[in-house]
Design a protein around this ligand. Structure first.
Ligand SMILES: Cc1ncc(COP(=O)(O)O)c(C=O)c1O
Length: 408
């Protein structure tokens, strides 16, 4: 399948940086936006802008239709069983914070939360804070030399105090894909909430929340060609029905009296205030765009690129590459360190050639502690990247390394 044609859809790829073509290898942080998404947002503001729920007029009804269509698309994209299970938030971070506050209603002192050592800070700190408020215990699953968790250890960790298991589907540093479908199966008959941070997997892998048997799942639109400012909180309907909302205001109520209020039905119950309207139009357009290419085609193409980049990086002397060596068990990102070159220096050298990668702790300080470092470089790929870009990136890496080898 020829992916080069899709580059035309991304206007930013025409940009020059320091006289060079832009090579965007920071897709794990955020992806670029195709015209289809940019146009959907502009079209929304130009032709439909109006608030929903309370507008009994044509424009408001049209706006509401766009919002609901976007949610239907999300529902189908992750195979949720109902539209009511899809809550819009500002992104993965807010979704995970929400989930922690929702589950606060069903934990008590001494209960245990199981995380892994590869979590993004967004899937650590909300649980730490919950643990502080309610005197809970946090347990971290260890990683092997290729950064893999063990289901056996998870089984050993689970006690009758275990209340929550929360983990990423794919690590933003190691690239490793966790066996969340198997874990969902394992937790099926246990009285444990299973939470999945799917920020790095939803852009690459077909998700089926019902097969995964997760209770909650979180992801961000901006990592899958959608706009910033909107993300998804998926929750099983019976749980969203059971728990009280955690934010309050307009749009989420049934009846309000001086001293009490009742809640709207799902999904409005968890969406206080004016919904993310233009963002929802953009997210809907992003899903349509990815569907038009086919997520399985995107996965196949970006895996090929990742395999090529991995093999080219492996040929460089004194390079440390993190995560599993099995490309099949990875999403399309590779984190590494060139011995003797600080990741920030490397990033600056690459930037001078128009190449964007990420350097630093990647919001995973506990993981970096385990890896014995405090800073790493990460190159992450998406559907508009090419083999030629990888060649130029590798050549620039080698030149940078040579410069530092000769300098020091
Ligand atoms: C695994 C993972 N979880 C959570 C997040 C947070 O996403 P956001 O900043 O969109 O809320 C990220 C962002 O990089 C991530 O990679």
């Amino acid at each position: 399948m020829d992916f080069s044609k899709y580059r035309e859809d991304f206007p930013i790829l025409k940009r020059k940086i320091s006289g060079n073509d832009l090579i965007f290898f920071d897709n794990g942080a955020t992806t670029q936006k195709p015209n289809q998404v940019i146009d959907a947002i502009t079209d929304y503001y130009k032709n439909y802008n109006s608030n929903i729920h309370r507008s009994v007029y044509t424009l408001g009804n049209e706006s509401e239709k766009i919002y609901e269509e976007s949610k239907q698309l999300v529902k189908e994209f992750i195979k949720a069983s109902s539209y009511e299970e899809i809550i819009y938030t500002s992104g993965t971070t807010e979704s995970l914070n929400f989930i922690a506050r929702i589950l606060e209603q069903d934990v008590s002192e001494g209960d245990e939360i199981i995380l892994t050592y590869m979590e993004h800070h967004a899937n650590i700190i909300p649980w730490q804070q919950l643990a502080k408020r309610k005197n809970l215990v946090l347990k971290y699953l260890e990683l092997d030399e290729e950064g893999r968790i063990s289901i056996k250890q998870l089984e050993e960790f689970i006690t009758d105090k275990t209340k929550i298991v929360s983990m990423c589907h794919a690590s933003n540093v190691l690239g490793n894909i966790n066996p969340v479908y198997k874990i969902g199966e394992l937790l099926k008959d246990k009285d444990v909430y299973f939470v999945v941070d799917a920020a790095q997997s939803v852009p690459h892998l077909k998700i089926d929340v019902q097969k995964m048997n997760c209770d909650f799942l979180a992801f961000s639109a901006h990592k899958m060609c959608g706009p910033t400012g909107i993300g998804v909180l998926y929750g099983k309907k019976h749980l969203l029905e059971k728990f009280d909302p955690v934010e309050f205001g307009g749009g989420m109520i049934g009846i309000v009296e001086e001293t009490l209020a009742t809640w709207a039905i799902l999904p409005d119950k968890f969406e206080a205030g004016t919904p993310l309207l233009a963002q929802a139009a953009g997210l809907g357009a992003a899903i349509k765009y990815l569907d038009s290419i086919g997520l399985e085609n995107i996965e196949k193409y970006t895996k090929e690129l990742t395999e090529y980049m991995y093999s080219e990086l492996s040929k460089i002397d004194n390079i440390e590459i993190y995560g599993t060596k099995n490309i099949e068990d990875r999403v399309s990102l590779i984190t590494f360190n060139l011995v003797g070159v600080h990741p920030h220096d490397l990033t600056s050298f690459l930037d001078a050639k128009g190449i964007c990668i990420r350097a630093g702790h990647q919001c995973t300080q506990p993981l970096l502690g385990k890896l014995g470092t405090y800073s790493v470089a990460r190159a992450s790929l998406y559907l508009y990247n090419t083999k030629e870009e990888i060649d130029f990136f590798i050549q620039t890496l080698k030149e940078t390394k040579e410069f530092f080898d000769n300098e020091f």
